[in-house]
Design a protein around this ligand. Structure first.
Ligand code: GLA
Length: 390
């Protein structure tokens, strides 16, 4: 049986009716970290770990959401909504439902069953995946069509305002727009994107440090505030800038005296990272993999030393990966403070890489890491009998 079939069978067992199934992917980001909320450039790829949702309508305006992973059911009355989340997994689906309603999309009640394959707290965007899957499922269930960019933005708004994490748009965007076999070079100001084919001879190998990150209300939001502060201080010399996207590395150097040292380093990460993403896109287009490797290494150092979002385990994982044969590039991926590294590895070396990194990482940290060999996949879709629909 396909995953969609087992899910609809489980739905029938729990709610006693037929259902429709949707899946939305998690993501890795090849390069361009903490640049999205600075209106900069990112290069994510959707991955073949997804959140699956089965859904069927109800007669009332209640949403009942059953999580297979947590073996728990949560309910929400759409006519009596709370204004903020309560720090529970159900904040993600309920936040999306409420933001859809606030944007004028009146929803029908529904029963939902959620199955998650994206590891939680690993920096692979399980949150965006559950938001986007819920959003499309609820909209289709209410026979409402909206464009995917609007869906991504409403999901981001749910996370910003209902969950309390001031994330940018990258994760929700790639979960909506992902393309099989491609990363997307996305301009987070214009929202224009270019699909970049990933060479077939290269695998995306994701190494999970086993250290869980915790974003909401934490250091992530502090970084955003520091970037805003950098823009405010730099504007006295550069009045035209609206965000760090508008600042060139040379301008930052010229005006660094305006900034406290910590804010300067935060800004330096963002402005140099924006430049690296653009160079990485060129390198990928030209098939110039050594250049990509250098940019990934520089990106990791910048996140470790300037933005200070890495941790000892992530640094160890990158260090171990760097000396394996067949590795093209390695860096931490996602919000940071734990989670995963992304490694581009020659396909013929991937199995040996996985084995050697796991053993060495365990020896050095006492943690046996999960290591996944992944492919770039499609964005959110309805799934019927194991096939993509529409
Ligand atoms: C998290 C956020 C994204 C992005 C990354 C860092 O995944 O959800 O919006 O800021 O961190 O690049």
């Amino acid at each position: 049986m396909t995953a969609a079939e087992t899910l609809s069978e489980a739905f029938h067992g729990f709610y006693g009716t037929q259902s429709k199934t949707y899946r939305a992917p998690g993501r890795v980001n090849l390069i361009g970290e903490h640049t999205d909320y600075n209106q900069g450039f990112v290069m994510p790829a959707a991955i073949d770990f997804s959140i699956w949702i089965a859904i069927a309508p109800r007669e009332d305006r209640t949403l009942s959401v059953r999580s297979e992973n947590f073996s728990e059911t949560a309910e929400l009355d759409l006519d009596c909504p709370p204004s903020r989340g309560i720090g529970h997994w159900s904040d993600y689906p309920f936040g999306v439902a409420l933001k859809l309603e606030e944007s004028g999309h009146r929803l029908r009640g529904a029963n939902l069953l959620v199955r998650g394959e994206v590891p939680i707290g690993a920096g692979l965007s399980s949150s965006a995946a559950i938001e986007v899957a819920t959003g499309l499922a609820l909209l289709d269930n209410s026979e409402i069509e909206i464009d995917r960019l609007e869906l991504a933005k409403i999901c981001q708004q749910a996370e910003n305002e209902y969950v309390g994490m001031r994330c940018g748009l990258m994760d929700q965007f790639i979960s909506c727009f992902g393309q099989a076999g491609h990363a997307l070079m996305l301009d987070c100001r214009s929202m224009n994107y270019e699909p970049l084919a990933l060479p077939e001879s290269v695998k995306l190998v994701v190494c999970n440090t086993g250290v869980k990150h915790q974003h909401a209300g934490g250091e992530y939001n502090v970084r955003r505030t520091q970037c805003d502060e950098g823009v405010r201080l730099l504007s006295s010399a550069l009045p035209a800038i609206q965000s760090l996207r508008d600042v060139q590395p040379s301008q930052l150097e010229q005006h660094k005296h305006l900034l406290p040292e910590l804010i300067y380093r935060r800004c330096r990460h963002v402005v140099t990272e924006n430049e690296r993403v653009q160079r990485a896109a060129e390198a990928l287009l030209l098939g110039h993999l050594p250049a990509l490797a250098t940019l990934m290494a520089e990106s990791h150092r910048s996140m470790r030393d300037d933005y200070e979002i890495s941790c000892a385990e992530l640094d160890t994982m990158v260090e171990i990966a760097g000396v394996q044969s067949g590795v093209i590039g390695s860096r931490m991926t996602g919000g940071g403070f734990g989670g995963c590294t992304i490694n581009l590895v020659r396909a013929d070396a991937a199995a040996a890489f996985r084995h050697a990194v796991a053993i060495e990482y365990q020896t050095r940290t006492n943690i046996y890491p999960d290591i996944y060999v992944l492919s770039a996949s499609e964005g959110v879709h309805e799934v019927a009998a194991g096939k993509l629909v529409g």
